[in-house]
Design a protein. Sequence first.
Length: 324
Amino acid sequence: MAKLMKMLQPLQSEYVDRRFDGTKDEYFEQLDKSSTLYIGNLSFYTSEDQIYELFSKVGVVQRVIMGLDRNTKTPCGFCFVMYHTREGAQAAVKYLNGTRLDNRQLRVDIDYGFEEGRQFGRGRSGGQVRDEFRTDFDAERGGYGRVVAQQIAASQLTMWQEVQAGAGMGAAALLGAPGAAVFFNQQQRGARQRQQQGVVAQNADAQQQQEEEQEEQVVLNPKLRGRGAEQEEEEDWEQQQAARRKRARLQEAAGEGDAAAAAVGDQQQQQQQEEEEDGGEGAAEVGDEAGEQEGDDDGEGDEAALADEEEEEEEEQADDMGED
């Protein structure tokens, strides 16, 4: 019976947040009136909807705030649940502490209240402190603890360096001379690729650092600060004005060319008309001269005919007189 009562009325956690801005008495005073819960031992893959659905069974949930890795901004195994009433938070501690979610036993405690920034992990690597020194392998919380994972990675690197250093003798003993040569070439090729990748990464970092320094210079220099957009607009306006002036010059040149061509055409047409008029006057003078000459010829012919007629009349008169 006592065990059942202990389960139904769990003791309040003795955990005290050392970053609380106040005394210990003030801390416990806020705990006594808070309606916010701290939920621990979550899986990295548990979603906000799952938490909301579970804790809504004992009260009206106001907000769920997921704990995030400070560097990657991904879930890191804890959250805050805010209820509308103090009774809802107490019911959650009473009935849901120790409940299994995603096959993990939850730890539910009253929290003194959420503040901006508390949603991020406080560990050196960005997650929770408990995951820094954890020595067991937990697939739901990222595998080994961060310190152990770094130690494993360092030992693997040392082992690989030793294998690479003794690749010639070890491979020769295991694979023979041809196989050792192939193995050694593969190792050398992999080392060169890693070196090239490192150089590319260094260049990218250097370029990013240079861009950041340039941005800082723009921010620190009052002559450059805040002029980027205005300067671009001014340059665009100048380019547009230059383009308009260029088009106007081209149109003027085209208009002058058309006027010159029209003037030349008019001059040629006037010259042609003058030539045609001169040709017509010449032809008329030639026709008049030819007519005068024909008239002279006709007059001479008439005079000759009259002379012949007079001679014939005189001959006839002479004949008549002879007969008489």
